[in-house]
Write a protein that binds this ligand. Sequence first.
Ligand code: SF4
Length: 308
Amino acid sequence: MDRERTKDATQVNRYRRRFLQGAAAAAATTAAAPVPSWGGSTLGDVFADFFQDHYQRMTPEEIQETLRRIERKAKRRYGVEIQCKNTPPQENVVFGYAINISKCRGYRDCVDACVEENNLGRDMRYIHVLEMDQGSQNLRTADRYYDRKQVPAQGKYYLPIQCMHCDEPPCVKACPVEATWMEPDGIVVVDYDWCIGCRYCMTACPYEARHFNWGGPRLSGAEINPDTHYLGNRPRPKGVVEKCHFCVQRTRENRQPACQEACPSGARVFGNLLDPDSEIRYVLENKAVFRLKEGLGTEPKFWYYRDI
Ligand code: SF4
């Protein structure tokens, strides 16, 4: 009986999401009347897109078909061969991040590396570095548009923020179509083909870590990073909510996130929270770490600390 009810609810959810997405697509098609309704794509791919299921409900074969379709669309749109992967989480791995704010100088190299690695439109940022008054933790008075040529400025310190991959993520609870969830390795991901762009998750996130894309990434073929993951940096459709995914295309292959590699001052520590010998565990066990908005109970897997 309960199973039947769950099945019914899943069906209703699917139809509701299809209806909402269909209505949005119809409106967009009407607005862009001179362009063929399939936007230069093949009719077969348009149908397959329409009937594509939620990532977590697709069979391995359906996922593979979807990945190949994304690669074909990227070739048509950007003229480049990309690889769209589906690398799964590793056993006994839960990722966490820590930033030494004594070392951060506000250079924003992490921001630039993130933009390039993750195929972001050049008007989109997953990471913001906040310039803060020394002694203050008031995020409202922080300046995120400071002049990077003047850093580090007298009397200031720098606080990078991005998705904290909360263990109790309010964004996930807010999504009406379950397009976002936490993976077994702790990464909070988005199925960009299932997102309806309602932006409830943006409102729910207390860290301003989610960003609505008003257009698909406007990039030239030369700017595209061809190494992509379905749940990460692959080309996203226009009108969905995006965010940091801990560089899933790299970290599930034992590489560091692009922001960590790019930081010239060694302020960033990323690793496996379940590995007692990892640097992140050393930091958590030996430094006076803190998290932002701790009282909200979101349990971010993202810590800050200072050299004493
Ligand atoms: S920081 Fe925001 S977007 Fe990221 S998991 Fe937490 S609530 Fe969700």
